[in-house]
Design a protein around this ligand. Sequence first.
Ligand SMILES: Cc1cc2nc3c(=O)[nH]c(=O)nc-3n(C[C@H](O)[C@H](O)[C@H](O)COP(=O)(O)OP(=O)(O)OC[C@H]3O[C@@H](n4cnc5c(N)ncnc54)[C@H](O)[C@@H]3O)c2cc1C
Length: 396
Amino acid sequence: MTSQAYDIVVIGGGPAGAMAAWDAARAGHAVLIVDRGGRIKPCGGAIPPRALTEFELPESLLAARAHCARMISPAGRAVDMPIDGYVGMVDREHFDEWLRERAAGAGATRCTARFRRLAYQDDGRVVLSLEGADRDLADEIVARCVIGADGARSEVARQAIPAARDIPYVAAYHEIVESPAPSANPDFDGQRCDVYYQGRVSPDFYGWIFPHGGQTSVGVGTAVKGFSMRSAVADLRARAGLADGRTIRREGAPIPLKTLRRWDDGRAVVLAGDAAGGVAPASGEGIYYAMLSGRLAAEAAMAYCESGRSRALARARKRFMRAHGRVFWILGQMQRFWYVSDKRRERFVNICRDPDVQHLTWEAYMHKRLVRARPLAHIRIFFKDMGHLLGVVSQK
Ligand SMILES: Cc1cc2nc3c(=O)[nH]c(=O)nc-3n(C[C@H](O)[C@H](O)[C@H](O)COP(=O)(O)OP(=O)(O)OC[C@H]3O[C@@H](n4cnc5c(N)ncnc54)[C@H](O)[C@@H]3O)c2cc1C
């Protein structure tokens, strides 16, 4: 029986895993990155430009830039939120592959295979069982540390951290359609993201139309069982004049709604990205957070490899939550409050007209932090929010 040992084995080659593998490999660790392959991750592909600078991504990875978000209310009111800068749009087919190749270029060994099981040896190292590998691997893969970055409903998480089985999800479904020529559909704007807050589109989340150059993602999310996401997307396509465009792909995937309370198993496994539930509530934004948590998981794994102390693994979540826990909490409250009825959605979209709200929303999205410098704006928004809640502010 042959055996191959690595410092760190990363399961999953999406943004979280590829980022973790890149960081650990360029720090000189022996890294194996395993992805099952064969499927493009269903995703709207919107990322803040900050991701480009923070994670050293070339602008060539952007398929398009959006300069405005249009919020559409249940009554059909449209509120434009111009973006000071842009929101980047990536195609996951090319984006993820570029990230995996970058990790390989830094020295990580890439392997297409499906992770099946992990078990601990007496010496605290982890033995991994993989299936269908596309390259010659030893019979036994042994790791000092494992990073579980295998996405929503992670198998690594299910085996290492029992609470992962209870993460709540929204189901998301989208259709990738050919973008129309500007002359064929004057209502379609290839530089604008449309977000539908309407119960008929989604009873508890939202629907979207995100342009990616030649292709456009039209999708919806919901946690309500039995709600027909296909019909909702068909409805969106019809309303946006995209019903007759060629459909390139139809696909769906879950989006985790809650960050796990533990990302490590107290021994040698740490999670990152969707596997850890690290997605922003209310928006479902996960790419930036997956990359960041991949980076933090790699740092924690490297510290563990150096010190042998399992406690080092807990630092990944601690650092992530210190930076983003408050924003996630606020977004969670927003989702619980605003996404429950058309009456509230109408008010929510109305609030988005407010220049202070627009400024703070984009600041938070772009810079991934709450703006502390303008306390007066927060106070104004608080009173305006109360006004909207109580119905004393007109909806025009
Ligand atoms: C429809 C939809 C739209 C979205 N839109 C946006 C958006 O516009 N902007 C945004 O920021 N976020 C969006 N998200 C969320 C975002 O896609 C995720 O948060 C992000 O992809 C998480 O990255 P990850 O690396 O943790 O997981 P993933 O991207 O899911 O990657 C996990 C990887 O693990 C691999 N894998 C899984 N199981 C195994 C196994 N057993 N063995 C080996 N490999 C395995 C998979 O092949 C995959 O490559 C959207 C999600 C959905 C479903």
